[in-house]
Structures are given as C-alpha cells and as structure tokens.
Design a protein around this ligand. Structure first.
Ligand SMILES: Cc1cc2nc3c(=O)[nH]c(=O)nc-3n(C[C@H](O)[C@H](O)[C@H](O)COP(=O)(O)OP(=O)(O)OC[C@H]3O[C@@H](n4cnc5c(N)ncnc54)[C@H](O)[C@@H]3O)c2cc1C
Ligand code: SF4
Length: 543
C-alpha cells in the first residue's frame, strides 16, 4: 500500500474488483464467474441501486447478450420490444425529409429496451452465480501498492461536513483490495481520468471526444404510439456545424423515449443542449407525438464519440479499462451497449486465463484478444465517419457514404480533437434565442431535474471542484459568457450577483445528474467532477 495509506478504514480482499455496475461491469463479472467459478468478484456501484445512474437510448443489438447468456429469452430478460420499423428524417426548420437509413442504422432484429431494467436483470444473474454487488458505494480513490501497481479502490467516507471535516455521523470508507481492478465507470470515468494521466494511457491515441444526450420518457396518447417504431433525425435544430441528432423509440405501454445528442465539440458557447432538446420537440413533424401526452422521466448523460483512434492503452499494472470509460461505442450505429458488454466479456476471458496460470500483473492478452474479436473489426470500420462531420453536416454525410461504400478500408484515419478546445469566444459567435418553455411540450431545467429524482445530501463537501475558484468569473465569464450555465443540463452552474453587485459563480451541486459534461467541456479545464457520497445522484427508474 502507498505511504498515504489510512489506518481507519477496513479492508476486504477479492480476486477482482469491478468499478461500475453498467453493462460492461456486469457482463465482465458474469463471464469471470462462468469461466472460473472459484474467483471472488465484487462490483461497487455509486447509484443507490443497480441501474439508478444508467441512461441509454436504447436500441439493443443482442450479439453480446447472445454470447453471454444464450437463453436470455427463456430466462425472462427485459428485452421484449422488437424493432418493427426504422425511419431516418432530415429536419429543416419546418420540413421533415425522409432519408434512406445507412446500413449501420438498420435495426431489424434489435430490441428497444430500458438499460436500467436490463442491468438490474444482469445484476440478478451475476448475484445468482456468486458475484457480490455493493450498490450505494462510490469508488472515490485508487489504491496503489509499493511498486505503483493498482491494488484496489477505496469507497468514499460518509459523514464529512462541507469543509471535509468528520461530523458526528462520520464513517470511513472501505478499502476493496484486488489482484485485478477493472474500471467500468462509463463515459469519462472520474477514476479512469486519473489512471489515464498516471499511466500515460493516451500517449499513442487521440483525445476522447463526447456527445451529451438529453433524454425524456413520455407516456403518449395511444393513437400516437407505434410499439417498436424507431425514428432518428439529423439537422434542425442544430446548425450545419454542430454534430448531433435525435432519437424517438416507441417502447411498450404507450411510452416513447425521446432524446437529443449534441456533439460536445460544438463551437458556440451560447449553445445549450438542454434548450436544443426542448425546441426539437416543437418541430411540426415531432410535436404531434407528444400532444396529449405526459413527460414522466428526465435525465442526461455524456457518451463517447472518439471511436477507434481515441482508444487509450487498455491495461496497466493491476487493472484494465472496459466499456465506455475505455471508449467502445459505435457512433454511426448509436450503440455502445453491445460493445460495453463484449469488452467486459473479453477482459474476463483474458483474466480468467491469467488467474488459471497464476500470472495476473498486467492483462496484456486482453487487448490482443479484443483485436481478434468482432468488436475491433466493427469499431475500426467506422472510424472515419464521426470525425468527417467536423467539415459540416452535408460534407459529413458524403464522407459517411464513402466510408460505408468502401467498408472503412481507406488508408487514412481522421484525427479527433479535444472538445473543450473547440469553443469560440463570445466576440466570434452570435447569441442563440431559445423559446420560453410552454410547460406542456417544453420545460425548464428545474422541473426537468425534479423528474430525474436526483438527490445529494446537503451537508457534504461539494463534489464539483474548481482547480482555481477565480477562473469562472475572471476568465470564462468575459471570454465565453461562462458556458457552464448553458451546457449543464441540470442548472447546476449560475452566475449570480453578490451583495457588492459583483458577479459570483454559484454551484448548485445537489442538482447534478452525473452527466460529466462540465469536466469535459469547461474551456479552462477547471472543473473536476468527483464522486459524491455513495448512493447520491439521480434515481432513474427506467432510463
Ligand atoms: C443518450 C444516450 C443514448 C444511447 N443510446 C444507445 C442505444 O440506443 N443503444 C446502445 O447500444 N447504446 C446506446 N448508448 C450508449 C450506451 O448507453 C453505453 O455505451 C453503455 O451504457 C456503456 O456501458 P458501460 O457499462 O461502459 O457504462 P455505463 O452504462 O455508463 O455504466 C457505468 C456504471 O458505473 C457507475 N460508476 C461510475 N463511476 C463510478 C465510481 N467511481 N464508483 C462506483 N460506480 C461508478 C455508474 O453509476 C454506472 O452505473 C446511449 C448512450 C446515451 C448517453
Ligand atoms: S454539474 Fe456537470 S456532471 Fe453534473 S449535471 Fe451539470 S454538467 Fe452534468
């Protein structure tokens, strides 16, 4: 253990500790026990229960699930709503032009699911074969041994006051020690970020790039519901230079999942993904779906868009990365769940072998196995499609058609650039005038956040940390209008006026829905998202 090891924490020892009970972490745990039932495997999850922090579209390609649990149908997996029809629309302000869906977006054979529900079911399957899952515990710290290898994680202390001092209810975190620690934190993991820096994992790769997905679930009027219908749109309300698109998935029981994903490489600091999502619903081709309906859930989450060229080195002494925190998402397909699951399974297979021969320092066979799997081929083939959109929507579509027709065999690989560096200064952009919410189809942030059921105990250190508290007002405000006020989909950041009439940066941390956008998009890279007290955050029922 490192020199700063604490003596007040209890420790528990496992063969494998997994951080994050999303599809990647759960599939990895199940595969580990399937291949080697003797291994002790534990998952630590910051949500109050498995699924509470998960947000996806979601249309599921079942390829990985078929491999993991072949009889998932007979076993009652919540994967029931088969896709019946795909539509792709190009929106202008007043028109919706039907487009041929590219092969990647064909969803015949896929299912519309709730990732929360699927993950709860996977959690049950994992526990039934001996995996220990600890929901409500956030991994707050990485533990290293004397050689510098990862030795496990520590969960956060509970009962610290706002200044970080122990209160009467203080309980120290627990050290979860392992021979291998697997990070499955989803897009832009807070511990993964530290690992990437410590082990220089991005030395040979492009920066990761992201999109922010703002999602709602509606109970719509029965006459507007077509179970199994999948609609995607591109174009309006985003301009030609802003990447993104929407999805409408008609689930069971008159529910429609609707979301807008905005590429976080957008340039205009006035842009608000939340407001774009609200005005998207006002389009004449979209609005009728929601008329007479009721919004029942709201949430937001970043997703990885960098693809193949942004994959970091995946292993380091004592651990490895799987799922979105590593960067496995097929952007043209708008699907990452099958890749998250597959990467977890491949990592598990590599580790199970290493445990068998007793050599578990660094699982270098994991990336080697991945390279031989369908995941690698699939991701490599589409690597140039997303970065092609930096030249604009129509140029991006032409490039996408070329890449698809040539099966991604072009001898070049387009580069990705960091999202935060793409923001232009106020003087170089035009303001955006968003319509006021009508309270029927469109809403404000406060009523939206309420539907996310997010909750953070007031009396705890702020989990949104500023490297330099002066930057929001001294740098970000004059140069960019402090864009955190616009990009945060939960209204966490505000510029208010203090008693002396000076601008003040206010952080309403209790509203945070853990989307990670502030840590990604802040132009000064001054905001550090850390885990709050375990169990705090959104409580999504079926996102
Ligand atoms: C708006 C949107 C739409 C999408 N649509 C689709 C779709 O239609 N089809 C599809 O296949 N994919 C879709 N995706 C992508 C898909 O959801 C992801 O690829 C997938 O969820 C990644 O799985 P994961 O297990 O890597 O991470 P996640 O699903 O993000 O799970 C990570 C888990 O780790 C936990 N965690 C994180 N940090 C810690 C910590 N320090 N301590 C403890 N726990 C921690 C989190 O609470 C979470 O439960 C979509 C994503 C978004 C955002
Ligand atoms: S504070 Fe950051 S992580 Fe939380 S909701 Fe806002 S942008 Fe997302």
């Amino acid at each position: 253990m490192t020199a700063e090891a604490r003596t007040d924490r209890e420790s528990m020892e496992f063969d494998v500790v997994i951080v994050g009970a999303g599809p990647a972490g759960l599939s990895c745990a199940i595969r580990l026990r399937q291949h080697n039932p003797g291994l002790s495997v534990c998952i630590v999850e910051k949500g109050s229960e498995v699924g509470a922090h998960l947000l996806s579209g979601a249309v599921l390609e079942t390829r990985a699930l078929d491999e993991l649990i072949p009889d998932w149908r007979e076993m009652g997996a919540p994967v029931k709503t088969a896709v019946t029809k795909d539509r792709l629309l190009l929106l202008t302000k007043n028109r919706a032009i039907p487009m041929p869906a590219p092969p990647q977006m064909h969803n015949r054979g896929n299912f519309i699911i709730s990732l929360c529900n699927l993950s709860r079911w996977l959690g049950d399957q994992a526990e039934s074969i001996g995996v220990e899952i600890f929901p409500g515990f956030a991994a707050a710290e990485i533990l290293y041994d004397d050689t510098g290898a990862v030795r496990g994680v520590a969960t956060g202390d509970v009962g610290l006051d706002r200044d970080g001092k122990p209160s009467a209810s203080f309980e120290p975190g627990v050290e979860l020690l392992a021979r291998q620690t697997i990070f499955a934190e989803g897009a832009h993991g807070s511990l993964t970020k530290q690992l990437i820096e410590k082990f220089d994992l991005r030395k040979d790769s492009d920066p990761q790039t992201y999109g922010l997905g703002v999602k709602e679930i509606w109970k719509v009027a029965p006459e507007m519901h077509r179970e199994g219908l999948v609609v995607h749109t591109i174009g309006w309300p985003l301009d030609n230079w802003t990447y993104g698109g929407s999805f409408l998935y008609h689930m069971e029981d008159c529910q429609v999942a609707v979301g807008l994903v905005v590429g976080l490489d957008y340039e205009n600091p006035h842009l608000s993904p939340f407001e774009e999502m609200q005005r998207f619903k006002l389009h004449p081709a979209i609005r009728p779906t929601f008329e007479g309906g009721k919004r029942v859930a709201y949430g937001a989450r970043a997703l990885v868009e960098g693809g193949f060229q942004s994959l970091p080195k995946l292993t380091f002494p004592g651990g490895l990365l799987i799922g979105d925190t590593a960067g496995f998402l097929n952007v043209p397909k708008i699907k990452g769940n099958h890749m998250a699951m597959k990467s977890g399974m491949v990592a598990a297979e590599a580790l199970a072998d290493l445990f068998r021969i007793g050599n578990v320092t660094e699982a270098t066979s994991y990336p080697e196995r991945l390279k031989r799997s369908w995941l690698w081929t699939e991701l490599k083939k589409v690597r140039n499609i997303r970065p092609g959109f930096k030249y604009g929507l129509y140029q991006g579509l032409v490039n996408a058609a070329f890449e698809t027709a040539t099966f991604g065999l072009a001898p070049w690989t387009l580069k990705n650039q960091a999202d935060y560096a793409q923001l232009k200064k106020l003087k170089d952009v035009a303001p955006i005038d968003y319509p006021r919410p009508d309270g029927t189809i469109t809403f404000d942030r406060a009523s939206s956040v309420w539907l996310s059921n997010t909750n953070h105990a007031e009396d705890q250190p702020c989990h949104l940390r500023l490297k330099d508290p002066a930057i929001p007002v001294d740098v970000n405000l004059p140069e960019y209008g402090e864009p955190a006020q616009n990009y945060c989909p939960a209204g966490v950041y505000e510029i208010i006026t203090d008693d002396d009439g000076r601008p003040k940066f206010q952080i309403n941390a209790q509203n945070c829905v853990h989307c990670k956008t502030c840590d990604i998009k802040d132009p000064s890279q001054n905001i550090i998202w850390t885990v709050p007290q375990g169990g705090d955050g959104p409580n999504y029922p079926n996102m």
